[in-house]
Design a protein around this ligand. Structure first.
Ligand code: HEC
Ligand code: HEC
Length: 304
């Protein structure tokens, strides 16, 4: 059974020793104390110790208790033989938790397949208004996306807010779906070694002036504007409004993926950035991607 035989032989042996040792240890304990287990031998004799006036009779185990003890030992041995309890030993029944999970997941798949197929045939714009479809999309989002984008999809540093109309790659159903199917690899090169530390500081001043920040130094802004035109406009556009085809953000709108303070913008320029959105084609498949797309699409529609 390949899915359980990946324990090393040391740990497999260790588990086996503990399981069998416990069962046979209990059996041994019953055996060595068997002399005191004659059921008709109730006495008034005590064990000889006393605490606060309380003493203990030297009597055998109650019969029902002893029988249960033995039954437990027998049960333990049978269980160990049937199920994969002993390290890499698979058990006579061939049961594994993985098979069980697979069976349940296949059953769920079969049950929901017609529903998914029906929903997948309807356009995203329509599903984005369908209560039931949105609930399913939201559940998929909670399980697959919330770790990075947050449970309310508002994002975090480095993880875009999906509710704000501000899109790196585009917010149409087609673009969202493309993002989910293929994933996205953003490439913002590192500029520290190319334009130097002074260039980084000046360009950061210029970038911050684009979104109307007031705490910028005008001589730095003038110097930065030249560097920007020469180095950055190719991706971010001459006006700094970004380029969705490559996920280069709009730098003029005051919405920041990594942060808009002088220090953070300098850091972005010096070291570059490489945000990765994973592809969900393998994990979710077409029909579920269609549903999550509708959910994500609905988030930014709601506020219009
Ligand atoms: C491992 C973290 C991670 C997970 C999980 C993840 N994302 Fe992302 N996602 C990102 C990052 C990072 C970006 C931004 C990539 C970049 O910097 O260009 C992104 C970008 C996006 C975008 C593009 C936003 C825009 O402005 O164009 C969408 C849409 C999106 N994610 C939706 C989802 C959905 C839906 C899921 C779940 C199915 C998901 N993401 C799961 C990290 C993640
Ligand atoms: C090859 C294309 C390319 C070039 C050239 C480029 N950038 Fe970028 N830039 C990007 C991409 C793509 C991102 C998004 C990175 C991510 O999502 O991880 C980005 C991100 C940024 C950010 C972060 C924005 C935020 O919201 O936090 C800033 C600031 C920035 N670039 C400024 C510049 C400046 C200034 C230059 C020129 C010195 C420059 N970029 C050159 C593609 C480029």
């Amino acid at each position: 059974m390949s899915d359980i035989s990946d324990m090393s032989s040391f740990w497999s042996g260790w588990v086996t020793v503990i399981v069998l040792g416990s069962i046979f240890g209990c059996a041994w304990l019953l055996w060595v104390t068997r002399k005191s287990q004659k059921f008709d031998s109730e006495t008034e004799q005590t064990m000889g110790h006393e605490f606060d006036g309380i003493a203990e009779y030297d009597n055998p185990l109650p019969k029902w208790w002893l029988v249960m003890f033995m039954a437990t030992i027998v049960f333990g041995l049978i269980y160990a033989a049937l199920y994969p309890t002993l390290g890499n030993y698979g058990g006579l029944l061939g049961w594994t938790s993985h098979n069980q999970w697979q069976k349940e997941s296949d059953a769920a798949q079969e049950k929901f397949a017609p529903l998914y197929a029906e929903l997948a045939a309807r356009p995203v714009e329509e599903l984005a208004k369908d209560e039931k479809a949105l609930k399913m999309g939201q559940r998929l989002f909670a399980n697959n996306c919330a770790v990075c984008h947050g449970s309310a999809a508002r994002g975090n540093i480095g993880f875009p807010n999906l509710t704000d109309h501000d899109w790196l790659y585009g917010g149409t159903p087609e673009k969202i779906k493309e993002t989910l199917k293929n994933g996205r690899n953003a490439m913002m090169p590192a500029w520290g070694a190319i334009i130097g530390e002074e260039g980084v500081v000046a360009t950061a001043h210029y970038v911050r002036s684009l979104s109307g920040q007031e705490t910028v130094d005008s001589t730095q802004v003038a110097k930065g504007a030249e560097l920007f035109a020469a180095n950055c406009a190719a991706c971010h556009g001459a006006d700094g409004k970004g380029m969705p085809a490559m996920g280069a953000p709009n730098l003029t709108d005051g919405v920041w993926l990594y942060g808009g303070t002088q220090g953070i913008v300098e850091m972005t320029l010096r070291n570059g950035r490489a945000g990765v959105m994973p592809s969900f084609q393998q994990t979710l498949g077409d029909e579920k991607i269609h549903l999550v797309t509708a959910y994500v699409y609905s988030l930014s529609q709601a506020k219009e």
